[in-house]
Design a protein around this ligand. Structure first.
Ligand SMILES: Nc1ncnc2c1ncn2[C@@H]1O[C@H](COP(=O)(O)OP(=O)(O)O)[C@@H](O)[C@H]1O
Ligand SMILES: [Mg+2]
Length: 235
C-alpha cells in the first residue's frame, strides 16, 4: 500500500542573520502509513512543526523528497501542489483560528470555497460535521461565544469538510485543559476508526501517545525508530 506521505532523506535548514544556517531537520526518513494514527512526540524546539510543514508541502525541504499519494510534491507546480494539499489534507493547529465575523457553519464551510468547486451540500455538510464534534446546536453562533475547547472542535470540523484522507495536527490540544483535550482526542479516535482517516499528530504531550496506533519520538531534528529509547524528552 502506498504511504499517505513519504519523507526520504529530508533536511531543513533555516539561515540565520550570521551566515551560519541551522538544521531544524536532518536525515528524516518517515512514512505516514495510510489509515494509521501516528503520534510523534518530542520536546519543544526539536522540529515537530517543521516536520509537519515539510510533510504537507507548506515548507520546502533543503534536501530530500516528499511524496504525497505517490506524487513527488516538489516536481509539480505551486497550483498543483496546493490543489493536492486541499484535496487530501486537513489541518489542526495549536491555536484555534476561526474568522471572528463568520458563524460556525460559515467557518466550517470556508475550505470548500477555497477548493473552488461548487458545493451545494456545503451547509448540510457543515452541520453534519458540527454535529460530529458536538456543536450541531450552535451552527449560527459566532466563535467568540465559544470556549477555546469548543472553538478547537470547530477547527476539527473545518479540517474535515473537504473530506481529506489525511489529518495533520500540530499540538492540537496543548492550549486546552485536560478534559477538553480528551474531547478532542476522542473526536480524533472516532474519525480515525469510523472514517478510516489517516492522522499524523505532533505534540510534546506524552500523555497523548496511547490515542495513536503508532508512536515515534523526535529528537534533535530527526525521527527515531519505533520503540527507540525516548531519553529525557518531554516538556
Ligand atoms: N522560520 C524559522 N527561522 C529560523 N529558525 C526556525 C524557524 N522556525 C523554526 N526554527 C527553529 O527550528 C527549530 C525547530 O522548530 P520547530 O519545528 O518549531 O520545533 P517544535 O515544533 O518541535 O517546537 C527550533 O530551534 C526553532 O527555533
Ligand atoms: Mg511546534
Amino acid at each position: 500500500m502506498t504511504a499517505a506521505v513519504s519523507l526520504r532523506g529530508i533536511g531543513k535548514s533555516y539561515s540565520g542573520k550570521d551566515a551560519a544556517s541551522f538544521a531544524a531537520l536532518h536525515d528524516v526518513d518517515l512514512d505516514i502509513e495510510t489509515n494509521e494514527f501516528l503520534v510523534i512526540t518530542g520536546r519543544s524546539g526539536c522540529g515537530k512543526t517543521t516536520l509537519l510543514n515539510v510533510a504537507s508541502g507548506l515548507a520546502t525541504p533543503t534536501s530530500g523528497t516528499v511524496t504525497v499519494d505517490g506524487v513527488d510534491i516538489w516536481s509539480i507546480s505551486d497550483a498543483e501542489r496546493s490543489g493536492l494539499r486541499n484535496r487530501t489534507m486537513g489541518f489542526v493547529f495549536q491555536f484555534p483560528s476561526l474568522i471572528p465575523g463568520l458563524s460556525l457553519e460559515q467557518n466550517v464551510m470556508l475550505p470548500l470555497e477555497f477548493s473552488g468547486v461548487e458545493h451545494e451540500d456545503g451547509p448540510q455538510r457543515a452541520r453534519e460535521l458540527l454535529d460530529l464534534v458536538g456543536l450541531g446546536h450552535r451552527t449560527e453562533a459566532l466563535p467568540r461565544e465559544l470556549s477555546a475547547g469548543q472553538q478547537q472542535r470547530v477547527v476539527v470540523a473545518r479540517a474535515l469538510v473537504n473530506r481529506p484522507t489525511l489529518l495533520l495536527a500540530d499540538e492540537p490540544s496543548s492550549d486546552l485543559d485536560e478534559e477538553t483535550e480528551d474531547e478532542i482526542m476522542q473526536i480524533f479516535s472516532r474519525v480515525h476508526s469510523e472514517q478510516r482517516l489517516t492522522i499524523a499528530m505532533v505534540t510534546h504531550a506524552r500523555n497523548l501517545i496511547p490515542f495513536g496506533t503508532r508512536h515515534l519520538e523526535m529528537g534533535d531534528g530527526t525521527v527515531r525508530a519505533d520503540g527507540a529509547d525516548p531519553g529525557a524528552n518531554g516538556d
